[in-house]
Design a binder for this molecule. Structure first.
Ligand SMILES: [Zn+2]
Length: 194
């Protein structure tokens, strides 16, 4: 019989940033929590495995298709903000500065990690450019993000669409996901032609 405490520690240790000590602390916290706590957490996690898939339009991870953002008629159709990760959308929404659509690449070009353009959701982006007048490249301000923006710029500019890149309001190396709302809003306002 596997020991439930040991196997719970084992599983939690698999999470990023969680070591043996933290995993053990979390398990004993759950053992002392109100009855049903571990069950509620387990149920929420199972929902991730069964109910979430990429939106057929913007590739954001969602439980509905199209996602709530693509389905919202109040969002501008003519502007698409291209981000690396679904979490980046949350950062933009927190800034309250953006009313257009999004497109999630699910990564950035990183030759050293074997990630080329074909591994990203670029084909899906090209397929939805009808009626789009501006594409804002909001990949992270690091080597991979810049390389991806450059690649996309070369691909999109000949198609007659305005291509802009976020200004350097957010410091180099900061991931969009962790950028504060004010800096992100400023970077968006001061975006420049690529
Ligand atoms: Zn969507």
């Amino acid at each position: 019989m596997p020991d439930p405490i040991a196997s719970a520690v084992q599983q939690l240790k698999r999470l990023p940033g969680i070591g043996e000590k933290t995993a053990t602390r979390l398990v004993y916290w759950m053992l002392n929590a109100q009855p049903g706590t571990a069950h509620a957490i387990a149920e929420a996690l199972l929902g991730l495995e069964d109910g979430i898939h990429p939106c057929s339009q913007c590739c954001n991870l969602t439980s509905s298709d199209p996602c709530a953002l693509c389905a919202d008629p109040r969002r501008q159709h003519d502007t698409v903000c291209v981000v690396e990760h679904p979490q980046d959308i949350l950062a933009f929404e927190r800034s309250g500065e953006y009313r257009g659509r999004y497109h999630v690449l699910h990564g950035a070009i990183a030759p050293l990690d074997g990630i080329g353009p074909d591994q990203l959701r670029i084909r899906e982006l090209l397929a939805r450019l009808g009626g789009v007048s501006e594409v804002i490249l909001a990949t992270d301000p690091d080597v991979e993000g810049d390389a991806t923006a450059l690649y996309l710029g070369r691909l999109l500019q000949p198609l007659g669409v305005r291509v802009t890149r976020l200004a350097h309001g957010i410091s180099v190396g900061t991931e969009i996901e962790y950028a504060d709302a004010v800096s992100l809003a400023r970077a968006l306002q001061n975006r420049r032609e690529l």
